[in-house]
Write a protein that binds this ligand. Sequence first.
Ligand code: TSJ
Length: 641
Amino acid sequence: MTETQRYDDSSIQILKGLESVRKRPGMYIGSTDSRGLHHLIWEIVDNSIDEAINGYGRKISITLEEDGSCTVQDDGRGMPTGMHESGVNTLQVIFTVLHAGGKFTSEGGYKTAGGLHGVGASVVNALSEWLEVEVAHDGRLVRMRFEHGDQKIGKLEDLGRTNRTGSTVRFKPDPAIFTTVDFKFDTVCERAREKAFLLSGIAMTVTDKRSRRTASETYCYDDGLTAYLNYLTEDRTPMMNPVKLSGESQGIKIECAFQYTDDYQENTYSFVNLVRTIDGGTHEVGYKSAFTKAVNDYARTHGLLKEKDKNLEGGDVREGLTSILSVSVPEEILQFEGQTKGKLGTPQAKSAVDAVVADKLAYWLEENGEQSVRLIRKMMKAAMAREAARRARDDARKGKKTTRNEKILSGKLAPAQTRDAAHKELFLVEGDSAGGSAKQGRDSRYQAILPLRGKVLNTEKCTMGEIEKNLELNTLIHAIDAGVGPSFDYQASNYSKIIIMTDADDDGSHIQILLLTFFYRYMRPLLEQGMVYIALPPLYKVTKGKQTQYCYTDDELDAVRKKLGRIEVQRYKGLGEMNATQLWETTMDPASRTLIRVGIQDEMLADKRVSVLMGDKADRRRKWIEDNISFTLEDDFKVDA
Ligand code: TSJ
């Protein structure tokens, strides 16, 4: 290999091209936290998935190695290793030239969306201490190694004969880039399983070699969408068997599966080229409109809806419906929208999905008349409940409800003076004594206080009727005054911030989780809109001479100790130990307080965890806890600020 020398000389120059990625990693992989770290794996795995989608290979493995590196292997054709038109080896181009990826996919194939930003192998290389690629094809095994620290590109090594084909990439994330380089086995498994559900017949194996006993999981489904739906609804009570529909229109392939359960939420999990579209998009719009149309058509032609009756609305039709929608959009017309690129923009996807689903669903409804009638009766009940809720709200606007509302709230809620919801905050405070301090300490112009007595009801385990009878929750619902369940309207909320303020102990955490469960199930838009917060009270009060200050974490206390030397430390065991002024200064004053904003990071995971952890199937809960050692808020709920 005469070019070897030239590669080495030029490698510094070539790897410098990747410096821009190292300078602004966030632009390429979204973030440098745990999320960004795991993103590296999916950037690589997506290539193997593309290969499998195009019909080459059926096994993909991900191995978390003892040294902190990660290996991804497939049994596809093996990446090209010959000379690229630019005069260097193709492997080198793939791993050192930004956006080189596209040129190496076969024409006309479907390509995965390539993760959040669709960047590829060179970005993973740029953000790794080192990366090794091995390719088996044409009877030979070859290898190339890249070292970022030493700015080295190895020559293409020939490792001898082989009779298999496939690609292997092993990389070690650079700890200088990432805030953590600890891959999470469960996180990787969860995502690998999601991919396996969407890729019927392909086996995804995840292996963890870092612990003393190697752990390994393999996911492979013959009928992935049905398996996925069963997985999503296993903690609920289904009203029917899963239904699968599929078809193709305008070059877009559509597969969907749906099932009704006896609760009233609507869950749609949509994917484009196997990547989750968390914010929906044109394909989801088409799916929903087709569903509504087909159901109304059926209800009319079969006399379930009479001439004078109004059409069922989308929300009525989808009450209790869990759906998976997976579409394959050709690369030429693939476009994403939104800040996180989680929304499909391709206009053709709307009409294509609409056409296929309306047609296939109409057919299914006709073929399954008995089930169709039962489901439509349920939807009509939902419509009636919605109408009743609307009438109640209208009455309230005309003043009828206020008296009832006032009665429910009197003596419990300390309201704020302003009527301007955009600036109003509602504090949910654990215990009457802290509630008292909060009432005294607050800025009553815009802060309202609702003390909570005792434990909050676990809403995962009860019916709407029980919730309405529960004093605590009923008060909360009326204080926010924007409805509950499907009729909840966040824009009608009396407050722009709902702030949970509990003691920093186990009981306090439990109350937080119970309240979040309630919000998640019955006022989810509050979480989606980022209107729910957790207040962070201080853990310590530190005094030195006449000076006092507060510490919110143990690290902070250590730092103050180092700085000030001998200090007097008072540990706060609960909010009740602070007087009104202290509570205001430390926890309620917008100028000095710290709030944690609670959001939903991954709808499906959050939904599963809430239903498993808070639901009534104790055996599943026990198993989940056994499998997952610890339950942290951060795993389900994004913590922003
Ligand atoms: F990320 C990556 F590029 F490093 C990578 C690519 C990592 C891993 C683990 C696998 C792959 C990969 C690429 N697996 N399979 C392929 N396939 C090709 O590159 C390939 C091979 C032949 C042809 C052809 O048209 O003959 C086309 C392609 C895309």
